[in-house]
Design a protein around this ligand. Structure first.
Ligand SMILES: NC(=O)c1ccc[n+]([C@@H]2O[C@H](COP(=O)([O-])OP(=O)(O)OC[C@H]3O[C@@H](n4cnc5c(N)ncnc54)[C@H](O)[C@@H]3O)[C@@H](O)[C@H]2O)c1
Length: 335
């Protein structure tokens, strides 16, 4: 069996999650992990599958044995790392979003194209079995023509203000998953966006010119319309629901819970809360996206979530931000 020798750049929340998943993938060897705060990670390192730690990601780029890099550093570092990794001939799995700037993203796209390496973006929700089934139902016209796509996407707790400062704002950081879901489920591009939002969870977020509560409406090229509601804090857990409504019916995904048990007493009916956050809710999807990245390298096939998918979701996020600032609907830049 072919072994993929991998370097991971950035060992924060998502980097550690991917490393833990790769530990169980027999055909993957995580040779090196880079993070400037690696000194504080010695306890974690001992129990990980990682062979070397370094503070400098260039040690990964310059290692000829490493054939693929997993980019999990903060978003504002993605572009230089993508360019350097592609120029060094490495296949790339990059966390979302690609960057905050359309120009820089297109430049990086050209570098990747020229290098001819694989590039997969981390839109993990595409790999969730429920959402994948709804996509199939919509594509097969089982619900007829799509009329309305409703996405309810609420985090259980807001990120730290330090994270917010570098996140690019709620649309780029959080809603971008929903923008990708909108394109993925509908099989259509989003043409126009109207967004409204405010800071209701933590007013301090406004200091970073950000919001934590939003409603975004979408107009699709295929004529359907969509609505996304986002909050950075749903006190009952990670609220991830979706409905595709069409001329012949509707397909709905409810929240995943620890168990399906309902307890009925004189006090009412109780069931479990939604699974707490992305680690619990989407771990199967994270495993699937990473496995399929290595399959695409091994079999020289198309990756399941491309650079173009990243560019288009980023453009919807940019349009949403402009709409929030101007109070008007904004057209999404076409490819
Ligand atoms: N797909 C998802 O569900 C998902 C979830 C969370 C985050 N993300 C994305 O992953 C990226 C990281 O987010 P996070 O939540 O893990 O953030 P984080 O702050 O927890 O982790 C980022 C890590 O990168 C490290 N880092 C900083 N500079 C570096 C450098 N020069 N080289 C190597 N490492 C460096 C930091 O020390 C930190 O440990 C972001 O782009 C974010 O949007 C995706």
């Amino acid at each position: 069996m072919k072994v993929h020798v991998v370097g991971v750049i950035g060992a924060g929340r998502i980097g550690k999650l991917h490393i833990a998943n790769m530990k169980n993938m027999h055909k993957v060897r995580v040779k090196t992990v880079s993070d400037p705060f690696i000194d504080q990670m010695q306890d974690w390192f001992i129990n990980s599958c990682v062979e070397n730690l370094t503070k400098d990601y260039k040690d990964i780029i310059n290692d000829p044995e490493i054939k693929a890099v997993i980019i999990c550093a903060p978003t504002d570092l993605h572009i230089p790392i993508i360019k350097e990794a592609a120029a060094a001939g490495k296949h790339i799995f990059c966390e979302k979003p690609i960057s905050f700037s359309d120009e820089e993203t297109i430049e990086a796209y050209e570098t990747v194209q020229k290098a001819g390496v694989k590039f997969q973006l981390g839109f993990n929700r595409r790999f969730d079995r429920n959402f994948a089934k709804v996509k199939e139902i919509v594509a097969n016209k089982e619900i007829g023509d799509l009329h309305i796509l409703k996405i309810q996407s609420r985090d259980p707790e807001p990120p730290s203000l330090d994270y917010v400062a570098h996140s690019g704002g709620i649309f780029m950081d959080m809603s971008i998953h929903d923008f990708d879901m909108a394109r993925y489920i509908s099989g259509s591009e989003v043409e126009e966006v109207y967004a409204t939002g405010t800071a209701l969870v933590n007013p301090e977020i406004s200091k970073y010119e950000d919001i934590d509560t939003a409603i975004i409406t979408l107009k699709f090229a295929n004529g359907a319309i969509g609505v996304i509601d986002n909050s950075r804090q749903a006190v009952y857990g990670y609220d991830q629901q979706l409905e595709a409504f069409g001329s012949k019916g509707s397909a709905k995904v409810n929240n995943e819970t620890q168990s399906r048990v309902e307890v009925l007493t004189t006090d009412g009916v109780k069931s479990d809360n939604p699974l707490y956050f992305f680690l619990e809710r989407y771990n199967d999807a994270y495993i699937a996206e990473m496995s399929q990245f290595f399959d695409a390298i091994e079999n020289n096939t198309e990756v399941p979530c491309s650079f173009i998918d990243g560019i288009m979701a980023q453009r919807i996020a940019q349009a949403a931000k402009e709409s929030l600032l101007t109070g008007k609907p904004v057209k999404v830049k076409k490819l």
